[in-house]
Design a protein around this ligand. Structure first.
Ligand code: ADP
Length: 328
């Protein structure tokens, strides 16, 4: 049976980008077609300046939201990365497989380290090695597929390289995984700056729609989205990134194609109104279920405990095999 692994970092509140780019596939497709493991990757949240209490709170909120979005513990394994030691055990072996040059070439590292330096902060070593830990997250579970948004494609590519290199050097140990990207909304952009991705780790702005935003806030953010000069609605990511972003969001919510939808609109106002309606329709049940689950924290704990137990069972043989193969 196909094995699927994916994760989400508790560095901020989950966004519409996380939902359309990743979580929705997990819920609607992945958990039904494969042995799927989904992880709140809390160790990754320590790669940038962090507040311990906030990370703990956001980890729990992410897990609760994944359940609210429709992950079913009977169909998939949901757990928190730091509850399963195999991730860090394997990560070290992969650090001994990767080179510092390939880490420094990672686009996210370049962007995030530049941002940290620009704001006067120091860059944590873990920010550089984070893609190696991500590779360990994936390889420990012998995942065949990694459903992610476009921004993670390079890290999955690196994971493949490390798996192939390790297998070649030390004997076949890892499954070589592949990234699976959604066909639309693989990179949802910030509504106020459609040249930047909508990222939960970015400072909170009105360009980011959070899954737990109140309905009127979501509507306001979408109605105020930056569009482009001109008034015609065409799907062109280069020339009209703001309009293209709205069309992708609408298409992802309704199941249409962005270019086809563009033909139905002759004003930005109508496009924004329909996009807001579609997003609200999609998020309403998630918000309702989230409120119910918050009233039952014991349930979320039990799901995560059972998830970690299963995850350990799956990961341990592969990680043990990697230790033996590398000469330990
Ligand atoms: P973030 O960058 O918001 O902190 P994560 O690194 O936790 O997100 O990523 C969780 C998943 O959500 C990944 O599969 C990632 O590719 C996807 N994702 C994040 N932001 C977006 C976006 N703006 N559009 C599409 N997918 C996204």
């Amino acid at each position: 049976m196909t094995r699927i692994f994916s994760g989400i970092k508790p560095t901020g509140h989950l966004t519409l980008g996380n939902y359309l780019g990743a979580v929705r596939q997990w819920v609607e497709t992945d958990q039904h077609k494969a042995d799927a493991l989904f992880c709140v990757v809390d160790l990754h949240a320590l790669t940038v300046d962090h507040d311990p209490a906030r990370v703990r709170r956001l980890s729990r909120q992410a897990a609760t939201l994944l359940l609210a979005a429709g992950l079913e513990p009977a169909r998939c394994t949901m757990f928190v990365q730091s509850h399963v030691d195999e991730h860090t055990r394997l990560s070290y072996l992969l650090e001994c497989t990767a080179s510092d040059g390939e880490m420094r070439r990672m686009i996210q590292y370049k962007e995030k380290s530049a941002r940290e330096r620009a704001s006067g902060g120091s860059v944590r070593l873990s920010l550089l090695t984070y893609p190696v830990l991500m590779a360990a997250d994936i390889l420990a579970y012998s995942a065949d597929e990694v459903p992610v948004g476009d921004d993670q494609a390079q890290h999955v590519e690196l994971t493949r390289d490390l798996a192939v290199r390790f297998n070649h050097r030390y004997g076949h140990t890892f499954t070589v995984p592949k990234a699976v990207l959604p066909t639309v909304a693989a990179r949802v952009m910030d509504l106020q700056d459609p040249t930047t991705k909508m990222g939960k780790s970015h400072a909170e702005t009105s360009g980011i729609v959070y899954l737990l935003d109140e309905a009127d806030v979501v509507r306001k953010k979408i109605m105020r989205a930056v569009t482009d000069s001109g008034s015609s609605v065409v799907y062109d990511r280069e020339a009209q990134p703001g309009v293209a972003n709205l069309l992708e969001i609408l298409a992802s919510c309704t199941g249409g194609k962005p270019a086809d939808l563009a033909e139905r609109y002759d004003s930005y106002g109508a496009l924004k109104r329909d996009t807001a309606d579609a997003v609200l329709e999609l998020l309403r049940p998630v918000r309702e279920r989230h409120a119910e689950l918050c009233a039952d924290p014991g349930y979320v704990d039990a799901v995560l405990r059972a998830g970690a137990e299963r995850a350990r069972q799956v990961a341990r043989p592969t990680v043990d095999a990697a230790y033996a193969a590398i000469g330990l």
